[in-house]
Design a protein around this ligand. Structure first.
Ligand code: NG1
Length: 386
């Protein structure tokens, strides 16, 4: 890579609340992290993409930009680059490729969206190299659809926050139509992210479990809509304007198998918690925000069944150490938790996790790789050569 290379940077994200509801079209409340994927890149004169990673665990990869790029094997990291390149090639004719060198300080498969950050950084690099631009909201939607290339029926939260985050803020993301509304994170609050040491590989079993949840959410919605005499394609948001949460839960309880009605209950109650959490943050009410985190975790564990015993243990330990609340964040099945505490409590929470979670598992020395304070950061950008 020449010293004149540009750099595309895309942050990871931690979702504060609103889990497994973006694909139902309901609002979510994430923030971007300082940890990020950085790509040094130079334009090429042809359509080739030549990718390398500073981490030798990721083999170099090459492919050609086109409207239909054959995927690599399941789990191949370069599939996220293929997804970005294909989505852009369908929007802009005759794109040239890039030479790219990737590095990242984001943990992989930890529920912090390292894969969407890679996809967004590659997309920005290709666009910059080809001097093409797009309205930000349109790009968020294009890349959310584009990421389905890898086989996950994901929602649009990750690409939206990675591109649209504001430093110092969490953002409520509404869908249909897509919109971001920032709220400043109070200066005395700290969100601590802790990894469970369990990889939630979105290309493996977790992908099937994730896609199963999206199907169940959809089926429950259709059953309730038809019970209410509404068209089958009535969205969650429209169901909620027609009836109260309690009424909808009663209908669900009477019209579908128990497992579906529990999934449905998670979606509706989590949707309500997002609005309450946003208001609690705006009011600086840490205790109220913490209670909502706890309620979200319980719902994800019992109704949505996406937790893991190691996540439950981390949540329990964070609360015992004085966090106002904690919950799993991201898709679950492993990955990370997010805990909220006052700034002066943060060292105690972190050292309790070190002693009671990481030390017994033999990784106490590495604790700053696994636990960190999340600093609300700005969105993805391209930096000129230094
Ligand atoms: P992670 O945590 O990156 O696996 C996934 C989806 C989100 C959202 C969350 C659960 C993708 C790219 N991301 O995130 O859209 O549904 O799960 O809230 O599929």
């Amino acid at each position: 890579m020449t010293p004149r290379a540009h750099v595309a940077r895309a942050p990871g994200r931690v979702n504060l609340i609103g889990e497994h509801i973006d694909y139902c079209g309901l609002s979510v409340f994430p923030m971007a992290l300082r940890r990020s994927v950085r790509i040094e890149f130079n334009p090429r004169a042809d359509r080739e993409m030549r990718l390398a990673d500073r981490d030798p665990g990721f083999a170099p990869s090459a492919f050609s930009v086109s409207e239909s790029i054959p995927p690599g094997p399941a789990g191949d990291w370069a599939n996220y680059a293929r997804a970005a390149a294909q989505a852009l090639a369908r929007r802009f004719p005759d794109l040239r490729g890039i030479d790219a060198l990737v590095e990242s300080d984001l943990p992989i498969a930890a529920g912090l969206s390292s894969s969407s950050a890679l996809l967004v950084a590659i997309a920005l690099a290709i666009m910059h190299a080809n001097r093409v631009t797009m309205a930000s909201l349109e790009l968020m939607e294009l890349l959310a659809r584009g990421e389905r290339y890898v086989g996950t029926a994901g929602g649009g939260m990750d690409q939206a926050i990675i591109l649209g985050a504001q430093a110092g803020c969490a953002s409520r993301i509404d869908f249909q139509p897509l919109r971001l509304t920032p709220t400043a994170v109070p200066t005395g609050w700290r969100f601590i992210v802790a990894w469970s040491l369990v990889h939630a590989e979105k290309s493996g079993a977790a992908q099937q479990a994730y896609n199963e949840r999206t199907r169940q959410g959809d089926e429950a919605r259709r059953l309730v809509a038809s019970r209410r005499g509404l068209p089958e394609d009535t969205a969650y948001a429209a169901l909620l304007t027609a009836d109260s949460v309690d009424e909808l839960l009663k209908v669900a309880g009477a019209s579908m198998p128990q497992v579906l009605s529990r999934r449905f209950r998670h979606v509706l109650t989590e949707g309500a918690r997002v609005r309450q959490a946003e208001a609690a943050m705006a009011a600086g009410n840490l205790e109220a925000f913490g209670r909502l985190l706890d309620a979200s975790h319980q719902s994800l564990r019992d109704d949505y069944e996406v937790s893991h015993p190691e996540l439950d243990r981390l949540v329990e330990l964070a609360r015992e150490a004085g966090a106002a609340g904690a919950r799993l964040t991201g898709a679950g099945f492993g990955g990370s938790i997010v805990a909220l505490c006052r700034v002066e409590r943060a060292p105690e929470v972190i050292s309790a996790l070190r002693e009671k979670f990481y030390a017994p598992r033999g990784v106490a020395d590495d604790v700053e790789r696994h636990v960190f304070v999340a600093e609300p950061s700005g969105g993805a950008e391209v930096l000129a050569p230094g």
